[in-house]
Design a protein around this ligand. Structure first.
Ligand SMILES: Cc1cc2nc3c(=O)[nH]c(=O)nc-3n(C[C@H](O)[C@H](O)[C@H](O)COP(=O)(O)OP(=O)(O)OC[C@H]3O[C@@H](n4cnc5c(N)ncnc54)[C@H](O)[C@@H]3O)c2cc1C
Length: 455
């Protein structure tokens, strides 16, 4: 087995595949090391939504947007983001989007409004709310360029010579168990994603309460590469910040089938209420705002949308209805009865909400109603119980604008990183659909920089 390459990439999700393609286009010989049986990571199970400002799709919807507005929204939600990295992502988003299209990914004719964004700018593949087309087409492209991929190969340590990384130590799973193997390269790119499924690490390094929470993440999302980088002297930032997905349901395990109802339909076009029937949060607040409110409020919570909203979005809710994650009702009374909500108060809440939506009164929670939102009035009504789950690990290795990993002092010469293993781009709270954009923009940058030191 060949063990020397120009560039080694750890992880075959969105950022790793994008980095591999870019490095190979620069003429580098590239090996991707992937611990699972197949590429994909969290990217594969994602909704596939990309935050992109200034697209033709937005223009057709009459939406004016710009990289500066996207950057302002990301900074407002994230608070501690690295502003230079935010600008790189927001300014690179359009090019990344057109690149995804050039690979063959088609997008729906509508840009969606996600919490914390000031514009509808989330673009979802026509194939559905899924990351599958990205992985399928990027894998194909990487293969055409001669990129090698080794699956079932887990990176355990980085091999160091001062501030240079010489290679990696791996454990390859085979019929006999695990075999240790070292790979060497002129540059290494960390693209191993976040650690939202690593209950042990989250519970010990961040907050013991996190070990008890369910996660939306793939089982691949664990922290060993982050820990290996830290052991090699990488600087970690924002590890204490973990994003909870507010649109998750306690009526199913993992990410499941309910969240896209919350994210795409009920949060923008409907309401969140507690079991008394009252609203308590701006449904289009960023994820931290909504998840914190759910936890602080401490009561059972539900999200509700009417027939106009669900029909407009055209989502197939059959699976969620069959699993009873979402339930459908002809009247508000039946809905209230099924979930033990006070029906009189719920009716009043909806009246007040509708009055705010049409501009008769100020919304008590300052919700920025989408332009095409209509009063919540038309049956059937759909509802889902809410319970936040671990969704995105905000912290990670610190990088500079070349994607070079920072040490406590200075940088590594030839260690790069992109995607969810990095901290900094999203600060303390990531806006929905900004992660995949980041992976495409920063993955490309990491791949090109890593290749530039090739033989
Ligand atoms: C359910 C869900 C829905 C989401 N939807 C969206 C969305 O619509 N839009 C959006 O912008 N963001 C979304 N996100 C977030 C986004 O999907 C992730 O942040 C992004 O996919 C991370 O990409 P990545 O390449 O950094 O990591 P990943 O895609 O997770 O890939 C990392 C890869 O590294 C491998 N790896 C890990 N450790 C090792 C090791 N030791 N050795 C070798 N390989 C290793 C993993 O197996 C994995 O294949 C969603 C997240 C989840 C969980």
């Amino acid at each position: 087995m060949r063990t020397h390459y120009d560039v080694l990439i750890i992880g075959a999700g969105m950022s790793g595949l994008r980095a591999a393609i870019a490095a190979a286009e620069e003429g580098a010989e590239v090996l991707i090391l992937e611990k699972m049986n197949a590429p994909g990571g969290n990217t594969l199970i994602s909704d596939g939504a990309l935050a992109v400002p200034g697209t033709d799709i937005q223009q057709a919807q009459g939406v004016e947007d710009s990289p500066a507005l996207l950057a302002a929204d990301m900074l407002q939600a994230g608070v501690t983001n690295d502003e230079a990295l935010v600008r790189i992502v927001s300014e690179g988003a359009r090019t990344a989007f057109e690149w995804a299209r050039s690979l063959g990914i088609e997008f729906q004719d509508r840009a969606d409004y996600f919490g914390g964004h000031s514009r509808p700018r989330s673009h979802t593949p026509r194939e559905g709310t899924t990351g599958r087309p990205y992985i399928r087409l990027m894998k194909q492209r990487a293969k055409q360029l001669g990129v090698k991929l080794l699956t079932k190969t887990r990176v355990a340590h980085l091999l160091l010579d001062g501030s240079r990384v010489e290679g990696v130590h791996t454990l390859i799973t085979n019929a006999h168990g695990e075999t240790a193997k070292e790979f060497r390269a002129r540059a290494v790119v960390l693209a191993s994603g976040g650690y939202g499924a690593d209950a042990e690490y989250l519970g010990t390094a961040v907050d013991p309460r996190l070990a008890e929470l369910d996660t939306t993440n793939s089982p691949s999302a664990t922290s060993e590469v982050l820990q290996a980088a830290a052991a090699a002297g990488a600087k970690l930032i924002d590890i204490e910040h973990v994003q909870l997905g507010a649109w998750a349901s306690p009526d199913e395990k993992g990410f499941g089938v309910g969240p896209s109802f919350g994210d795409y339909i009920a949060f923008p076009y409907g309401i969140i209420v507690d079991d008394s029937g009252k609203r308590f949060v701006n449904e289009l607040g960023d994820r931290r705002v909504v998840a914190d409110a759910l936890i602080a409020h401490g009561r059972a919570a539900f999200t509700i949308a009417d027939g106009v909203a669900t029909a407009r979005m055209g989502q197939n809710l059959q699976k969620a209805l069959k699993k009873k994650v979402i339930q459908r009702f002809e009247t508000i009374e039946a809905l209230a009865d099924a979930y033990g909500i006070d029906a009189d108060i719920l009716r009043e809440t909806i009246q007040t909400y509708n009055a705010a939506l049409v501009g008769d009164i100020q919304d008590p929670f300052s919700k920025p109603f989408p332009q095409d939102a209509e009063p919540l009035a038309t049956p059937p009504f759909h509802a889902m119980r809410l319970s936040p789950k671990i969704h995105h690990t905000m912290g990670g290795v610190a990088i500079d604008t070349s994607t070079r990993v920072l040490r406590h002092e200075g940088t590594f010469e030839n260690l790069f990183a992109a995607g969810e293993i990095c901290g900094g781009v999203h600060g303390q709270s990531r806006l929905g659909s900004c992660a995949l954009t980041e992976c495409l923009v920063m993955g490309e940058r990491a791949g090109r920089r890593a290749a530039s030191g090739k033989r």
